[in-house]
Each structure stands twice: as structure tokens, then as C-alpha cells.
Design a protein around this ligand. Structure first.
Ligand SMILES: C[S@@+](CC[C@H](N)C(=O)[O-])C[C@H]1O[C@@H](n2cnc3c(N)ncnc32)[C@H](O)[C@@H]1O
Length: 310
């Protein structure tokens, strides 16, 4: 997570070159595997979110239009598409700054739809931090952005902009925060107990750094319901969905190993030598301590969805 180093301005024509253009210094194409694994492990939660949001009153008749902006590998897009198909069809617009992610998200969504052509899928390269997004993306009954707004320099301005993409009577839904996912027992028998908490604290510190290093970063010293209210929306509220895999299935083992692997880069300079040693023991595929060999793993987390109506 280095600093954002592009010296040029964030004009729309810079979007989509090479890795795509984001402000966070993250190579999102490299993250496709991780995003896919997270989608897999949270698929149930994504389906519940889709059902709940599509069930909201919007006052518009005709087939619903949904925008998933900053869609990543497309897990939530796929869940929306399936939910739309169940209700007779609709239009899904998948938007992201990174063309490779749009390809991945479209593939995943088409697979989930399994040839059902009552849902139309469009993909569009956007920069959610630029007003051009208001011209390139159609207005929708539901505008969904999960863990995207916190990658923008000015999160409030980002939410204000997304609110403009919502049709009158429709909803902006931001998935931000919740509870950090847990997957290791308190005492793993390597190093001092409580490793997971210390890793999560180090990860949060890396997040603070990521925000600080964004060019033009603006603090947002309040919570997301306030953000939505300030964006001019009404009926603002939140709900949370649980991801709960209590046993070490092969998917859980793979997901925990991948999570620790991707975490290592972010936290290695922020944890003690003893904790780094424990982490490396967990990540050593050839050692008996390899995390995926453990039968006491689980995945327990919660995502919070903040919604407001235009
Ligand atoms: C943490 S991922 C979240 C992906 C997915 N929504 C999820 O929750 O799994 C952040 C996503 O936001 C996208 N993104 C970051 N900055 C963006 C920008 N300025 N405009 C549009 N998308 C952006 C990234 O390409 C990535 O797909």
C-alpha cells in the first residue's frame, strides 16, 4: 500500500490505463483472487443483502435498475442479478475504476445467472471521485457501494455524488464497517495468545496510513449514517449481516490461509518479531503449523449496510 504516486490530474481520460486508476495506491488487479475468495465466503450474506435491498419500496414501477459501483470481483453484483431474475428481471450496471475487475465481475455475474436473459448486465469504467460518473452511469433505484467510498480522497463528496445517481424514491446503500472478521482461536499454541487481535490492530493502523497517503485526503470524523444524512438522503438507517462459518471446511481453511497471506504485507512492519514469527509459522506450507492444517478455524464477521432514500 504505497502512496498514490501519479502526478497527473484525475481527469476521466486517465481512467483505465494499465491497472486502472484509483487513489489508494493499491493494485486492484492483483487483488482479484482475494476478492473472489471473500465473495465465496460471504455469498450467503450477499444473497440476504440483495433480497433485502430489492424488497425496499422505491415508488417506481417497471423493472428495477441497480448500480454496483466499485464492484470488485462481483460477488454482490451476482447476488443482485439472481435476486432480480427471481423477481422477473431488471437492469444491473457494474461500475469500477479497474477494467480487469469489471471483466471478472461480469464473468461471475453471468455464471450466477446461468443464461437467464431477463437481467441485463452493463459494465462501465468510472472514477467515483469525479463528476463524470454522473454522465457515464444511469440513475438507479438502488445504488450499492461496498468498501469503495473509503478508497476515495473525499468520502463525503463521494457519497454526495453517489446520492445523485439515485432516482427519486430510490436508495443509496453503503457497506462500510461492521465487525472485523475473526477466524483464529484465542490461543493457537504458537507465541502469545491473542494474535488475531494484534493482527487486526496492525491492519487498522495500515488502513489509517492508506487514508493518510491518499493525495487530497479529507477526514470524515463521523459515521456513515451522518454521511448519508449530509448527502441529503432521508429514512437513513443501517442493518448488519452476519457471515458465520463455525467449522473448518475446506473453503474456510483456504480463506483463512489467504487472508493471513494477504495481511502479512500490510502488518509485517507493525507487529512484534514474536508475532511475525508466529504469523510465518502459520503461513509455512511445509510445516505442521501451517494454518490450513488446523481443524479449529472458523469465519465469523459482520458487514453493516447503511441506507438512505432520495
Ligand atoms: C475493497 S474493494 C471492494 C470490492 C467489492 N465492492 C467488495 O465489497 O468486495 C474496492 C473496490 O473499489 C474500486 N475503486 C477504488 N477506487 C475507485 C474509484 N475512484 N472509482 C471507482 N471504483 C474504485 C476498486 O477497484 C475495488 O474494486
Amino acid at each position: 500500500m504505497g502512496a498514490h504516486t501519479h502526478g497527473h490530474s484525475h481527469s476521466p481520460d486517465t481512467v483505465g490505463h494499465h491497472h486502472g486508476h484509483t487513489y489508494d495506491g493499491i493494485d486492484w488487479t492483483e487483488q482479484i483472487g482475494n476478492l473472489r475468495r471473500e465473495d465465496l465466503i460471504t455469498a450467503d450474506a450477499q444473497a440476504r443483502i440483495a433480497e433485502r435491498l430489492i424488497g425496499l419500496p422505491t415508488g417506481s414501477d417497471g423493472q428495477p435498475v441497480i448500480v454496483d459501483i466499485g464492484a470488485g470481483a462481483g460477488g454482490q453484483s451476482a447476488a443482485f442479478a439472481v435476486a432480480l431474475a427471481k423477481r422477473g428481471g431488471g437492469r444491473l450496471i457494474i461500475a469500477d475504476a479497474v477494467p480487469e475487475l469489471l471483466t471478472a465481475a461480469r464473468e461471475h455475474t453471468e455464471q450466477a445467472l446461468a443464461g437467464d436473459d431477463r437481467v441485463t448486465i452493463e459494465t462501465v469504467v468510472v472514477d467515483a471521485a469525479a463528476d463524470s460518473v454522473l454522465e457515464t452511469v444511469a440513475q438507479a433505484d438502488i445504488v450499492w457501494a461496498s468498501r469503495m467510498v473509503h478508497h476515495l480522497p473525499d468520502q463525503q463528496a463521494g457519497a454526495d455524488r453517489l446520492a445523485k445517481l439515485v432516482r427519486a424514491g430510490g436508495w443509496l446503500a453503503l457497506s462500510e464497517g461492521g465487525l472485523s472478521t475473526r477466524n483464529l482461536p484465542w490461543d493457537i499454541g504458537i507465541g502469545a495468545p491473542g494474535l488475531q487481535d494484534r493482527l487486526l490492530a496492525a491492519r487498522d493502523a495500515a488502513f489509517v496510513r492508506m487514508r493518510a497517503e491518499i493525495t487530497g485526503t479529507v477526514p470524515m470524523p463521523y459515521g456513515w449514517t451522518t454521511t448519508l444524512t449530509r448527502a441529503g438522503l432521508t429514512e437513513v438507517t443501517s442493518f448488519s449481516v452476519l457471515t458465520d462459518h463455525p467449522t473448518a471446511t475446506p473453503e474456510v481453511r483456504a480463506s483463512v490461509a489467504a487472508w493471513l497471506e494477504s495481511l502479512r504485507d500490510h502488518v509485517s512492519d507493525a507487529i512484534t518479531a514474536a508475532d511475525l514469527q508466529a504469523l510465518d509459522a502459520l503461513l509455512d506450507r511445509n510445516a505442521p503449523t501451517y494454518v490450513a492444517n488446523r481443524d479449529d478455524l472458523f469465519v465469523l464477521g459482520a458487514s453493516t449496510i447503511h441506507i438512505g432514500r432520495r
